[in-house]
Design a protein around this ligand. Structure first.
Ligand code: MLT
Length: 208
């Protein structure tokens, strides 16, 4: 598996010291979707943005699902591992530090799976409208990894108990989790952008 197996966009950093971002789109999106969001959240960061390789009625995704919110978990594992390989290859090719994932919906779910399956790949993660990706995840060591989980109070796809369970799962693995439930549905709101930008600024300052 080489990084060329994922169609992707890469934009180099324009300021030193900002963490690279791994942008992971939602169902039906592509590698262009989150470039603008990435720039708003962390201007100056390098941006690595792959396109999901699974097609659902022509819509790109990062793994197969059996129904909305019901995942093909064997495929989740396989695809998350492929994504981990892609990130490792891309880091070498582009000379990047461990990226902070910024994932929305299906992209947030594959990021959560990647954290649990290959805990060393990501430096941290912003998970927008994520849910528990695996019913029986392996014991992962996420000690000290900063994770921001932003959920929508009225999200019709992710029940509140599910995002709370994901926050607990990641915390138990040692991650430093900030979970905020916003007055929003599944779609992103301005509050997501503001909170993500503030959070990454603080994570950055701590790492420097
Ligand atoms: C998923 O399939 O990952 C979730 O249902 C979110 C979505 O893509 O709609």
């Amino acid at each position: 598996m080489t990084e060329s197996a994922f169609i992707h966009r890469f934009e180099p950093a324009t300021s030193a010291g900002s963490p690279p971002l791994l942008l992971l789109h939602g169902t039906g999106g592509d590698e262009n979707d989150l470039l603008g969001l990435g720039k708003m959240i962390s201007p100056g960061s390098a941006l690595l943005s792959p396109r999901g390789r699974v097609l659902e009625h022509g819509m790109p995704r990062f793994f197969r699902r059996l129904a909305e919110g019901v995942f093909d978990e064997a495929d989740v594992r396989r695809r998350a591992n492929e994504l981990g390989d892609f990130v490792n290859d891309a880091r070498q090719r582009y000379g990047l530090a461990s990226p902070v994932a910024v994932g929305f919906s299906n992209g947030a779910n594959i990021a959560a799976a990647l954290l649990l399956l290959q805990p060393n790949v990501l430096g941290g993660a912003i998970l927008l409208r994520a849910m528990v990706p695996l019913s029986d995840p392996p014991a992962a060591d996420l000690a000290g990894k900063p994770i921001l989980l932003l959920s929508g109070q009225t999200d019709p796809i992710v029940p509140p108990g599910n995002s709370a369970k994901l926050a607990a799962l990641l915390s138990q693995a040692g991650a430093s989790v900030t979970h905020r439930v916003l007055p929003a549905g599944h779609q992103l709101s301005q509050a997501d952008v503001t909170l993500a930008r503030d959070w990454i600024g603080k994570v950055d300052a701590k790492a420097a």
